[in-house]
Design a protein around this ligand. Structure first.
Ligand code: ATP
Ligand code: MG
Length: 258
């Protein structure tokens, strides 16, 4: 038979409700019984309640920041098989330490399809959220589209400021599609505004010397790279596509190219 737990006295319940101490309010009735039967020291009782409230708020803040980050999928650093990647373990460990975010430095992942760029980027983003940072993930196309919308009502500056309230902005798939002049200028404005203020995490197929392929004006590519690379950890991912390797080991076949 389970003991019936008496509800909290109404004044305590209302007080905790008003103070928005939801976890304390939920835990208190049962904890009062435990504390009485086990003759807890009052300090211990208070500590347990406070710790429960803090843990619940931390978890709720992480959930909110995780939602705001808009990760397209969940990929964690723990799931990343470093041995199967070309990223040196020491580099991976340094990136996973998130020190570069505290120093407002950038990370650029450069490599061909399926070599773990997005996985690493998202894994770093999720780790950053779990450590209390604010993060926002975009594909380059989404970021440029968002900035484009600001052109209509002259709010690009405000938009960029609000994006830079994040500690880390991730820009994936840079160069998948070429940018027009305006798109390139908008991206440049964003990179210039973040320079030495916030961390950017960029992933691209294209080595830096080929960025002129998707940035129409040579000077934009040069000025953007100059700022991006000043305080940057560049990681080259190469080798076979992990997707193809998995497809082969699970009995799949390469897609036909003709
Ligand atoms: N080293 C790895 N360990 C575990 N999973 C990996 C690894 N590398 C890649 N993967 C997995 O392989 C798939 C492709 O990786 P990912 O999306 O990161 O590639 P990408 O480099 O971003 O490719 P693209 O340039 O096409 O966007 C994902 O499901 C990812 O989780
Ligand atoms: Mg990718």
């Amino acid at each position: 038979m389970t003991a019936i737990i008496p509800p909290l006295p109404a004044d305590l319940n209302d007080g905790l409700k008003r103070l928005k101490m939801a976890a304390m309010r939920q835990l208190a009735p049962e904890l009062l019984i435990t504390a009485k039967t086990q003759r807890w020291n009052p300090e211990e009782f208070l500590r347990t309640l406070i710790e429960a409230e803090i843990a619940s708020r931390d978890a709720s803040n992480i959930r909110t920041r995780m939602r705001q980050a808009s990760f397209p999928v969940t990929k964690t650093l723990d799931e990343f098989d470093i041995a199967a990647s070309s990223i040196p373990p020491a580099t991976f460990d340094y990136l996973a330490s998130l020190e570069w975010i505290r120093a407002a430095e950038n990370v650029c992942l450069i490599g061909p399809a399926g070599t773990g760029k997005s996985h690493t980027l998202i894994g770093l983003g999720i780790a950053a959220v779990e450590h209390g940072h604010r993060v926002r993930y975009f594909t380059a196309a989404e970021l440029v589209e968002t900035l484009y919308r600001g052109l209509a009502d002259n709010s690009v500056g405000k938009l960029i400021d609000s994006l830079l309230r994040n500690d880390l902005v991730l820009v994936d798939e840079l160069g998948f599609a070429p940018l027009d002049d305006t798109g390139a200028q908008l991206l440049f404005r964003f990179v210039a505004a973040s320079y030495e203020r916030r961390s950017l995490g960029i992933a691209s197929h294209w080595p830096f010397e080929s960025w002129g392929r998707f940035l129409p004006e040579h000077t934009t590519a040069v000025s953007m790279l100059d700022r991006l690379l000043h305080h940057c950890h560049t990681v080259v991912t190469n080798g076979d596509s992990y997707r193809m390797r998995q497809a082969r080991t699970t009995g799949g076949t390469r897609p036909k190219t003709s």
